[in-house]
Design a protein around this ligand. Structure first.
Ligand code: NAP
Length: 283
């Protein structure tokens, strides 16, 4: 056999399979030890492996603070083992990581670069940063960092659904990843057998006030929220740990000819589809 073998029967793994059914297939095996993975790779003989498996915490990343070893095994041990088993077989390995390992102001005012050293605060972010640190230099390994994923389908993992459900929203700008663009990035990175760390974020940061304005124009004119600052988020008891608010620069994808749509265009397009899906659900 050939093609792309995807691990992680979750939100993004399934979206990739739905988008590329001819070339990608999902492994349903839960990996507990290296032999599980070796067996799957020897049976399936893929050309490339895409790791969308991991632990993001339920209902949110605060869960990882109280389940640290489980989080480390899924987010650090598992991808390192995958890279090792893929390397033994000459299989290209792509791993999904997160941009939330950077906190606050970046050394370059335009945002954090793929090569910048991370400063994670939350335990989830530490497990993602640790993996990137050791896998980022390996041949035949690509790491794709996403940030604040947004999608046309309303749902609990969709950052649009999350943000509009909060009565109080922090008044910041953040990099974001439109999932429709991310799926194409993943496919092209694999096709090019790219190496190293990539920031898969749409080029301009999303100003939350713009998002809410577009949401009210396109999806729900009755939507309202209160604006708060970052200190009020933790100080007011709304989250256990400070959330990563950051701007990432997407510099390495364009270098290899992979472009994501301008943020405003991609988000407004997504909100139109989001409104249609929401109307269908409500009818
Ligand atoms: N969603 C986000 O907001 C976001 C943002 C930035 C980065 N990411 C990264 O993107 C990746 C995918 O995220 P997602 O939102 O699609 O996560 P998800 O919906 O939680 O899916 C992850 C899947 O991985 C599976 N898994 C965990 N350990 C496994 C193992 N040992 N063997 C096989 N499967 C295993 C989980 O299975 P169980 O359900 O059985 O545990 C789950 O089905 C993660 O690495 C995440 O860190 C996500």
């Amino acid at each position: 056999m050939s093609g792309i073998l995807v691990f992680g029967n979750g939100w993004i793994g399934n979206k990739f399979i739905e988008r590329y059914p001819e070339k990608a297939r999902l492994s349903m095996v839960f990996i507990e030890k290296p032999q599980d993975l070796a067996d799957v790779l020897d049976n399936e003989e893929p050309d490339a492996v895409l790791n969308c498996a991991g632990l993001t915490g339920t209902p949110n990343v605060d869960w990882c603070e109280t389940h640290q070893l489980e989080t480390a095994m899924a987010n650090t041990w598992l991808p390192i083992m995958m890279a090792n088993e893929c390397a033994k077989r000459g299989i290209h390995f792509t791993h999904l990581s997160s941009g939330c390992q950077f906190y606050g102001e970046s050394p370059d005012p335009r945002g954090w670069l793929e090569t910048d050293f991370p400063n994670p605060a939350a335990y989830y972010s530490k497990t993602k940063a640790a993996t990137d640190f050791v896998l980022g230099d390996l041949d035949n390994v690509a790491i794709i960092r996403l940030r604040l994923p947004v999608d046309p389908t309303p749902g609990p993992k969709n950052s649009i659904t999350k943000l509009v459900s909060y009565p109080k929203v922090i008044d910041v700008s953040n990099s974001l990843t439109v999932i429709e663009d991310l799926l194409e990035v993943m496919d092209k990175v694999i096709e090019k057998r790219a190496q190293g760390i990539f920031h898969a974020v749409n080029p301009q940061p999303l100003v939350y006030r713009d998002l809410m304005k577009w949401y009210e124009e396109i999806v729900d004119p009755n939507h309202t929220n209160e604006w708060i600052n970052e200190e009020e988020l933790v100080g007011g008891g709304l989250t256990a740990k400070k959330r990563s608010t950051n701007i990432l620069q997407n510099t390495r994808l364009p270098e290899i000819g992979i472009l994501m749509r301008p943020t405003e265009e991609a988000v407004k397009d997504l909100l139109k589809k989001y409104a249609e899906k929401l109307n269908k659900v409500q009818q």
